[in-house]
Unconditional design. Structure first.
Length: 123
């Protein structure tokens, strides 16, 4: 058990973001494909459609709110930051715009979730 915890902690520290959930999701997809091989194409179709809906939701948010992007409320452009300091936020928000930043993030998440849910329920 300790060895398993060590492997997971190493994966978390040295791997890209969301690697562990992606590995688990792929293992579950392979398990479903192994248990019911006739459902594998349907499963891949549905997963692809939901992923495409997430991308479509993001593009819809960018097109509908071009001047209210969450990154527009940051103090500096996030692409210009190369180093990060301890005990400081990675990307600081402009003073007084915290609620606007939160609203923009929640709006984007709601639009993406709505698109993904609409496609998932339509299949």
């Amino acid at each position: 058990m300790n060895r398993l915890k060590l492997v997971f902690s190493q994966l978390r520290r040295k791997s890209p973001r969301m690697l562990l959930p992606n590995i688990l999701a792929n293992v579950l997809i392979l398990l479903v494909a192994f248990m019911a091989p006739h459902q594998a194409p349907v499963l891949l179709y549905k997963l692809g459609a939901v992923a495409a809906a997430g991308c479509l939701g993001y593009l819809l948010d960018c097109a509908a709110f071009p001047y209210a992007q969450p990154s527009g409320y940051l103090r500096v452009d996030w692409r210009d930051v190369d180093t990060f300091e301890d005990d400081q936020p990675d990307y600081a928000i402009v003073t007084g715009y915290g609620s606007a930043f939160n609203t923009a993030c929640l709006r984007r998440a709601a639009i993406i979730c709505a698109c993904m849910l609409a496609v998932a329920l339509a299949l």
